[in-house]
Design a protein around this ligand. Sequence first.
Ligand code: IMP
Ligand code: MG
Length: 186
Amino acid sequence: MTTSAPLDTRIERILIPADEIQRRVKELAEQISHDYADSDLHLICILKGAYFFCTDLARYIQSPPLSLDFLAIWSYGSRTQTSGEVRVTKDLDHSLKGRNVLVVEDIIDTGLAMKYVLELLKARGPNSLKLVTLLDKPARRLVQLPLDYVGFTIPNVFVAGYGLDCDQFMRNLPYICVLKPEALPR
Ligand code: IMP
Ligand code: MG
């Protein structure tokens, strides 16, 4: 699917078109369905960025029983770089004890936010804890994390769309785009 609507003037270029995202999300769902064929699966969607990815992924996963919960976090720092200080703004509704947990994230950049999240969730006693990220931006990584499933590895550019925001806007774009330098949040 290509878009015929004019692009937002803040967009420099489309990095990943909508049809490529959907194709890859389906592939990830098939892999996950296969890997969890003999167990339960509890998805933790990290709000807000992973919301679009998580809903598509969950729809494509074919291995019930699947359950889902939401964790909202706020990472401090400048708009384009986290400091590693994270605050939970909406905690999980359900216990993780004995569950096979798969954390669903939009992007791993420095890795600091996810390091905090994984440590928090590990302390709650899941049977297993894995991570799927739609995007991996390895150039700025500060902490090493086990990335169990990765959608796309991208260069060191600030992206928006498909859940990722530019100052809270552009999350609803069906593609992932690179923003013009002057449009970047400061
Ligand atoms: P990290 O702690 O540096 O790995 O990244 C934490 C969060 O920063 C991610 O979950 C995103 O919400 C946000 N982030 C990092 N890179 C981008 C980007 O290119 N566009 C939009 N948000 C981003
Ligand atoms: Mg995020």
